[in-house]
Ligand binder design. Sequence first.
Ligand code: ATP
Length: 313
Amino acid sequence: MTTTVSFERVTKAYGEVRAVDGLTLDLYPGETVALLGPNGAGKSSTLDLLLGLRRPDSGTVSVFGTSPREAITAGRVGAMLQSGGLMDEVTVRELVGLACDLHPRPYRVDDVLAHAGITQLADRKVDKLSGGQQQRVRFALATAGANDLVVLDEPTTGMDVTARQAFWATMREQADQGRAVLFATHYLEEADAIADRVLVLHRGRLLADGTAAEIKAKAGARKISFDLEELRGGDPGLERRLRELPFLATATVSVSGSAAGSGHTVRLQSTDADATVHALYGLGVYPRNLEVAGLGLEQAFVAITAAEEAKAA
Ligand SMILES: Nc1ncnc2c1ncn2[C@@H]1O[C@H](COP(=O)(O)OP(=O)(O)OP(=O)(O)O)[C@@H](O)[C@H]1O
């Protein structure tokens, strides 16, 4: 299949800091891809390279088989970046109109405004808008024409819940029309709900690449929770013995009063839930309401990046 974006052993350093470190990656048409990573992981640098705003020190970046610059000039790529001031003293309609005029395959200005949910703001001056409203204008600028790839750097920062939902509905439509959408985010629940594919960057390297379900599975751990009446002071050594159960991920035993008030709820994370539960019964206790579940994407992300930090230490 033809790739939308291809990174081949791409490296970008700022002095001593390797922001992007030997990154190899292919994106395909119609994919919605979330780029995750802790602060400083290299997400914005990766997007800058993809958009031709920076040049790699080594390796190659191609977009639709050409250089990023050629792809952008051909109007195939729309971008919404974190920073970048909007023009002062112009109205929303004028600014979005300009973006449409400059696009080789523009949409109608009214449609772009409507899609971004800013029809009501059309006659307002851009510099008088709130942060969340300006985000919507940036989104309109990124979708002023028929792009084949939309690149978004933390697009929903500052948007309220309604704006966020409308935003993602529009992005979903774009992907359904065969466009690729790549977005960097710190909102893991958005990545979980929206992305077909999740990339986890850490220190400029790709730590994980797969569906949200695959990333959760890669983290390895599962959550175990149960209620335990025996913890009500009857057995002072029991909490310690729980902490010594096999296959527990570190420091994850938490004990709290249960909702019923008749015992305690214990929550564990284990890298081998079957073996942990087996050993739990071996303690001679009677866990009730036992539940074993996979980690959420956020917990999986924390587990994967923490494991990498531990390796580096
Ligand atoms: N222009 C620059 N000059 C020097 N260092 C830079 C520059 N841009 C980025 N860096 C460094 O490169 C690394 C990667 O930064 P980048 O902004 O790509 O990360 P990020 O994943 O987008 O972070 P965040 O989630 O905080 O936005 C960081 O250590 C950052 O300090």
